[in-house]
Design a protein around this ligand. Structure first.
Ligand SMILES: C[S@@+](CC[C@H](N)C(=O)[O-])C[C@H]1O[C@@H](n2cnc3c(N)ncnc32)[C@H](O)[C@@H]1O
Length: 336
């Protein structure tokens, strides 16, 4: 007789949003930042975070069960992971992405079924605004979004800083640089590099503040521009991180071609994204990110390495290859 199949996996995934929301609320409340200063008991946590007593214990014990906190006796502390990545005071803080997931994406994803039926975005665009216009018309939303982008790209930036043959290059530009997390990581790791953050005008003060905080104002500068209307800067390496997935096929191909036109012979375009595996069955994060583009953009979608290599070859790049980074991210490198 065949073994009875278990519903465990279905139930676990079906209510995964509960656990996800517990983590997102913990980030919103600054729990991991509080615990980074030392272990605390239930009453101390409740007072510091301004929680009601009814569910504080369930909330923090759920985080213990979900392996986001440790508990010893009656004292709660961060795990090594939550301490490194979710303490706002630490350089590898990735919580910006989770803050945006909590403040914007969580309610928008509640309308996924409608998006699947209509093909229409389910965010601010629904109220007739364009995505970046809507985000950038409100200073708080602007900052949350740009910080979130640092959370999204910081690990990729560290991997690229460590694995790219930088000794052969002197200059780079990050196209659609957001807060500047990627550019700052590269420039901090390699003292001989100078770089440009290229983005829409409202991004300038947020980029310049972040660069100044890292003391890199001499080697990193901001260049205002619209990548559909203006030429891209001519540098040794052009980066596009989470840019192509925002746009339709024609716009993706146009951006790759503009990069080719701007690069000198021997220069490279590096695309960093959660690239979907060619067989479209392994990289769940990449596939979910593509659904996130349904929620967030008019026509955007994520893509496979073969797709991207094809666009690069079509634009004229002499060779193009994919390199997997840690986690769900990969880079596709096209050499002119
Ligand atoms: C999804 S974010 C990616 C940010 C960053 N590269 C990363 O991976 O974390 C897209 C970026 O493209 C910028 N952007 C959008 N439309 C643009 C345009 N037409 N010209 C220049 N930048 C644009 C946005 O301001 C934003 O910073």
């Amino acid at each position: 007789m065949a073994e009875p199949v278990s519903p465990g996996g279905i139930m676990q995934l079906g209510i995964a949003s509960w656990g996800s929301k517990v983590l997102l609320s913990a980030v919103e409340l600054g729990l991991f930042t509080e615990l980074a200063t030392g272990p605390k008991n239930t009453d101390e946590i409740r007072e510091r975070l301004g929680l009601h007593e009814r569910s504080t214990r369930d909330f923090i014990d759920a985080l213990v069960a979900l392996k986001m906190l440790n508990r010893q006796g009656n004292l709660y502390s961060n795990t090594p992971e939550t301490d490194a990545y979710l303490d706002r005071a630490k350089p590898l803080y990735l919580g910006g992405l989770l803050e945006m997931a909590n403040a914007r994406l969580y309610p928008f994803w509640g309308r996924l079924t409608e998006g699947l039926k209509t093909g229409q975005p389910q965010n601010e665009i629904k109220e007739g605004q364009d995505l970046f216009g809507a985000l950038y018309s409100d200073p708080t939303r602007l900052e949350i979004f740009l910080q979130a982008m640092t959370g999204l790209s910081l690990l990729a930036a560290h991997a690229v800083a460590a694995s790219f043959p930088w000794e052969s290059y002197k200059s780079f530009a990050d196209i659609g640089c957001a807060q500047g997390g990627f550019a700052v990581t590269l420039a901090s790791a390699h003292g001989h590099l100078s770089g440009i953050g290229f983005d829409l005008p409202p991004v300038r003060p947020v980029f310049e503040k972040y660069v100044a905080e890292h003391d890199l104002g001499v080697r990193l500068r901001f260049q205002e521009g619209d990548f559909f209307k203006d030429p891209l800067p001519t540098v040794d390496v052009l980066f596009m991180g989470h840019i192509l997935h925002d746009w339709n096929l024609e716009q993706k191909q146009l951006l790759v071609t503009k990069a080719y036109d701007a690069l000198p012979a021997g220069g490279s375009l590096v695309v960093y994204e959660s690239i979907i595996d060619d067989d479209r069955r392994e990289n769940a994060f990449g596939l979910l990110m593509s659904l996130n583009m349904l929620i967030e953009t008019n026509e955007g979608f994520d893509f496979t390495a073969s797709d991207c290599i094809g666009w690069m070859k079509q634009a004229g790049f002499a060779d193009a290859r994919v390199q997997q980074l840690h986690g769900p991210d990969s880079i596709v490198i096209g050499r002119k």
